[in-house]
Design a protein. Sequence first.
Length: 111
Amino acid sequence: MKGDIPMNTQLKRGILDICVLASLRNSDSYGYKIVKDVSLIIPITESTLYPILKRLENNNSVLSYSVEHNGRLRKYYKITDTGLKKIDDFLISWQAIQKAYEFILGEESYE
């Protein structure tokens, strides 16, 4: 995306995981659609997505299943309760990050 601000690799990785989970919060989805949805927020490619989905599946944050579509099997992903908790935990942690961000900008005073 043109004009993107560079992001720390570790931070981006964590945020990508949460964005992928968030894309599954309201409905199950498949790889191409997840890439399309998440790319609206943060750049991601299929080659980046599939290792994320594998990691999320390995830690029980998502489940996968296959459905026939146009004569081929399409792999779908479904968020689990563990995945939903990861989103909640991220949002709680984000509050602390937001306070640090405001402090760094000089918008927050802790006197």
